[in-house]
Design a protein around this ligand. Structure first.
Ligand SMILES: [Ca+2]
Length: 167
């Protein structure tokens, strides 16, 4: 099992990891021996020189044991932003009319911008923009967007909505 796709924002909780007080409490939540990958650590967000959305250096969780997150996200909910960026690439790779592509991309880009300032309320707004994207695909499904492409886009967007909804 890999511990991933978590936001560790509360500095107090992060600090307790290195503290006697909250240590057992934390370990009872997560087996620290598990693999860690792609979590967001609010005190470990730079550098990301190559701009791939992941901090270039691992986040060391427990130095004595070598436990570390090898792919820490540079942004809160960074894995969601990355998924939306992949979806944008997917849309750009389609052979559809430019106006349609623009309108679909606008909805995804709106979702990305919202996620830059993530709060619970913005989660809902981001989900709405993804649903608007799905609606935009649905109305063109089997017409100006080939059925197969439409299904792939809808599935990808729905997966991101599920991630946001479970956050
Ligand atoms: Ca990077």
């Amino acid at each position: 099992m890999t511990i991933r796709l978590n936001n560790f924002i509360d500095n107090r909780r992060q600090a307790t990891f290195f503290n006697y007080g909250g240590l057992l409490d934390f370990f009872s939540l997560f087996d620290y021996k598990q693999n860690w990958s792609s979590n967001y650590w609010s005190n470990w967000t730079t550098p990301d020189a190559d701009g791939d959305g992941f901090v270039d250096n691992p986040y060391v969780i427990l130095i004595a044991t070598g436990v570390q997150d090898n792919l820490p996200c540079a942004r809160e909910n960074g894995w969601i932003a990355t998924r939306i960026e992949q979806l944008i690439d997917q849309v750009e790779g389609l052979d559809v009319q430019q106006g349609i592509e623009k309108s679909l991309l606008a909805r995804l880009e709106a979702g990305l911008r919202i996620l830059d300032h993530l709060t619970e309320k913005n989660d809902v707004a981001a989900i709405k923009s993804l649903q608007a994207f799905i609606n935009g695909v649905e109305v063109r499904r089997g017409k100006t967007i080939p059925e197969e492409d439409a299904v792939a886009l809808i599935d990808a967007a729905q997966e991101i909505i599920d991630l946001l909804g479970s956050g």
